[in-house]
Design a protein around this ligand. Structure first.
Ligand SMILES: Cc1ncc(COP(=O)(O)O)c(C=O)c1O
Length: 385
């Protein structure tokens, strides 16, 4: 595999160059998809010998090498069957009966898993406002793990990652950051003290709304080995074809994100001037309460905007229903723009307003997206009579 150190490459080059086969004459440019459940072998397996596709599959490895390098880890990442499988793997680092600190408004799958683990007695939970640094630090004493999601889904809260690190280190707390919204192209949590990075690769990394996958990146080989062993036993492994598609998606992530983020910045600015919206959440807006912190720790503000309709829940639903280019669907980070009123999901945190619509900006032309958003606003106005 190509071993160019990502520090020597711009990240937009690294996504193209990492995870390639050796350049030997006649070799394939791309890693192959290895579709097999088992590997030929007799007798006691030698160290590293492939045995069974739940233990290892060569198709995962270029993707794992690439994400490890992109997140500035000296060791490869680990690929999982979904983002939630990766989230579960990270929670497995809390010892039975241990204490986890989570954001009150984490992605609802993550918060629901943590609350179920707590209800089962596997761990105790402390829920905090992750943007309130004093509250986060105040919850660390005696904790085993702190979960941060920054920016968060769907409120786009930003946690002060560099400020939390020294306190977590002093208290011996493992810091996990869900980096799904930023991607390693905009924020590398391991460089500011996180111990574990989690991704739903389903989103920006795979980028085409056709794959479910998760990734975990840690900093040391011993922890990676322990997680890999647990992944084998839990069976939370990705399919080979999904891993191949995710790597294929990664190749264009810099281009896709640059385009979607530029459009998101422009659309957020225009939306913030619309009187029909009571709030536009986007950390790139200078008026956003998280702007200064985001500007200090991220190299871009991402492609997700959340808007709140002044007319309430009915107006928000009419806004979504009136869109023609944006698709009404959950998920985010794909080439196609999506819109969703998040409170349609029963498990959504109460702090997420009923009138909030999350917009995932894709790579369509910004003026077509703007025309569609205006159509949505007209639909919302019409619904108000
Ligand atoms: C921030 C975040 N983390 C984790 C997940 C879970 O990922 P998956 O749907 O790939 O299981 C999601 C899914 O929406 C997410 O938005």
């Amino acid at each position: 595999m190509t071993s160019s150190h990502p520090d020597q490459l711009d990240p937009s080059t690294a996504v193209v160059a990492l995870g390639r086969p050796e350049r030997t004459t006649g070799a394939a440019l791309n890693p192959p998809v290895v579709l097999t459940s088992t590997f030929v072998g007799a007798g006691e397996p030698a160290p590293g010998e492939r045995v069974y596709a739940r233990y290892s599959n060569p198709t995962w490895e270029p993707l794992e090498a690439a994400i490890g390098a992109l997140e500035s880890s000296p060791v490869p990442g680990l690929a999982y069957a979904s983002g939630m499988a990766a989230v579960s793997a990270a929670f497995s680092l809390v010892p039975i009966g241990g204490v986890a600190v989570i954001p009150r408004t984490a992605y609802n799958g993550t918060a629901s898993l943590a609350r179920e683990l707590a209800a089962d007695g596997a761990l105790s939970l402390r829920e905090v406002d992750s943007a309130d640094t004093a509250a986060v630090i105040g919850a660390l004493e005696g904790a085993d793990l702190i979960w941060l999601e920054s920016p968060s889904n769907p409120l786009l809260d930003v946690a002060d990652l560099p400020a939390i690190r020294p306190a977590a280190q002093a208290a011996g707390v493992t810091v996990v950051v869900d980096n799904t919204f930023s991607t390693p192209l905009r924020q590398r949590p391991l460089e500011v003290g996180a111990d574990v990075v989690v991704h739903s690769a389903t989103k920006f990394i795979a980028g085409h709304s056709d794959v479910l996958m998760g990734l975990v990146v840690v900093k040391n080989q011993a922890l990676r080995d322990a997680l890999a062993r647990r992944r084998t036993l839990a069976g939370s492994v990705p399919g080979a074809f999904d891993a191949w598609l995710a790597l294929r998606g990664l190749r264009t992530m810099a281009l896709r994100l640059d385009r979607a983020e530029a459009s998101a910045g422009e659309l957020a600015r225009r939306l913030s001037e619309e009187p029909a919206l009571s709030r536009v959440r986007y950390p790139g807006l200078p008026s956003d309460p998280h702007h200064d912190r985001a500007a200090a720790q991220m190299s871009g503000f991402g492609a997700i905007i959340s808007v709140e309709l002044a007319g309430g829940q009915g107006a928000a639903q009419a806004f979504v229903d009136s869109l023609e280019l944006f698709t009404a669907a959950t998920s985010l980070g794909g080439v196609e723009s999506l819109a969703e009123r998040r409170q349609r999901h029963p498990g959504e945190p109460a702090q997420v307003p009923q009138e909030l619509v999350r917009l995932s900006i894709g790579i369509e032309h910004v003026e077509d997206l703007w025309a569609d958003l205006q159509r949505g606003l007209r639909g919302a106005a019409a619904s108000q009579g």
